[in-house]
Design a binder for this molecule. Structure first.
Ligand code: GRF
Length: 209
């Protein structure tokens, strides 16, 4: 059973999509036990409370040192029995101690086809602006494992969409979010059902559990 903590800084539409997939039985062997946000106003925290999921505001600013913050984060994860982390629009860097602790058990979703349009500064609308500026014909979404480099860990799943001549960063953002809401639950289902095999940077999706 995956006991998932979702880390989110923004509106939380990916959290909603994953939680909905769990509640409607599309993902059977996982539950979201905790939503953590660095932003007390995050829609993700509001959504968590709506779904009766523990919602915790935890920010570096509440602590004197990085170590104290990271210790509080780990305590909170332990208290809730978390064994899998899903980053969904989390805008803060994750400490490498936490990344190591959750090696191969921490996912992120990126609103483009990595390794293109990823890395430092490539977040939110910047990504879609860059896709249009480069005149790319396709874009999409990527679910990947988290390692110490931004948007760098092994790719788990990707889905593409066409960039149309009349697309704007805003229309692309909306189209990409729609596919994220299918892709992220699907990736989590594959992990929950034991259909993901990881060998370094290589991820294989197994057909049968
Ligand atoms: C998503 O588009 C994701 O690709 C990016 O942040 C956004 C989060 O959106 N990493 P939401 O808060 O889940 O609505």
């Amino acid at each position: 059973m995956l006991n998932i903590a979702v880390f989110a800084s923004g509106k939380g539409s990916n959290f909603r999509a994953i939680q909905t997939a769990i509640l409607n039985g599309s993902i059977r062997k996982a539950k979201i036990v905790l939503v953590i946000s660095n932003n007390s106003d995050a829609g993700a925290l509001v959504a968590a409370r709506e779904f009766d999921v523990s919602a915790v505001h935890l920010s570096r600013k509440q602590f004197a040192t990085d170590d104290e913050f990271n210790a509080a984060l780990i305590r909170t994860l332990e208290t809730h029995g978390v064994n899998f982390i899903v980053l969904a629009g989390y805008m803060k860097k994750i400490d490498s101690s936490l990344i190591q602790r959750f090696k191969n058990r921490m996912l992120n979703i990126h609103p483009a086809l990595l390794p293109a349009f990823g890395g430092s500064g490539m977040y939110g609308m910047h990504v879609h602006e860059a896709v249009i500026a480069q005149k790319a014909y396709i874009t999409g979404a990527t679910v990947h494992l988290v390692d110490e480099e931004y948007d760098h860990g092994a790719i788990v799943l990707q889905r593409t969409i066409a960039v149309m001549p009349d697309d704007t960063p805003q229309t692309l953002a909306a189209k990409v979010q729609r596919i994220e809401h299918d892709l992220y639950p699907e990736a989590i289902r594959l992990f929950a059902d034991g259909q993901i095999k990881i060998d370094g940077q290589h991820v294989t999706v197994l057909n049968t559990p």
